[in-house]
Design a protein around this ligand. Sequence first.
Ligand code: AMP
Ligand code: FE
Ligand code: FE
Ligand code: ZN
Length: 287
Amino acid sequence: MRIDLHTHSAASDGTDTPAELMRAAAASGLDVVAITDHDTTDGWAPALAARPAGLTVIRGAEFSTAVPIGARRVSVHLLGYLFDPDDPAIVAEHQRLRAERLQRGLAIVDLMVADGIGISRQQVLDIAAGAPVGRPHIGRALVRAGVVDSVTEAFSSYLAGHGSYYVPKLDTDLRVAVQLVTAAGGAAVIAHPRGRGEFRALTAELIGELADLGLAGLEVDHPDHDAADRAELTEIAQRFSLLRTGSSDYHGHNKSLTLGQCTTAPEALQRLISRTSGATGPIGGSA
Ligand code: AMP
Ligand code: FE
Ligand code: FE
Ligand code: ZN
């Protein structure tokens, strides 16, 4: 059984529509796929409507969160699975994050325009097409303007976190987000805990504290993790009885990743499902 628990559609910053994502998941031989767009559940309905027979869909979202370290806030992504999308606290936080992303995306565009870069607010809004605005949407505008050749190239220059066009956004406190997902009947899993700068915040001590707050698992197998990262995270997961997931973090053409590049063991998925209230179950046969 091939299980990929982290993918993005055009409902956030992927390039496949939710329906295309479902077809691509089936075509690449997956039995189970989770749709986990950034800060929105808008892709759920169109994904389910297009679900090929035999494919099981896990409904999820990737929450933008942060851990305060002194005066700084380290960005951490939190996957929430099978939570109630109508939970008032989740709805309110998704609305706040969407507004925050819009304001911050436009601020980045304004800085670029002021420097004579040939993109516009409207162009980025058209590319986002109603999705919560992310840097990959700006990256696609930069590709269209001929400023860079790919979104990946944009991320190593114009969109880099240490670059002069970077504008932060006010993300949910990680501890609060874990409690939010858990209270809404879902299971919370930290996405790519060693993917970028997260190691500065996600100490074993903090992960243990999050486990006490309801954290269900760690995304150990992720394309951004090397063997040493995976070994370290496996040890931390065992120490705190957290389940271990694996996923591709597929974004369509925005990143050169393939569906099913990393996968989750069926036992881990069963444990994950057992941590949820059942308000939003898996849809389809094989899970
Ligand atoms: P934002 O959420 O607006 O801060 O943008 C971060 C998003 O950009 C994440 O969801 C990543 O998946 C995506 N991203 C980060 N690095 C890259 C990259 N090198 N190429 C393409 N997308 C990236
Ligand atoms: Fe993304
Ligand atoms: Fe992420
Ligand atoms: Zn992701």
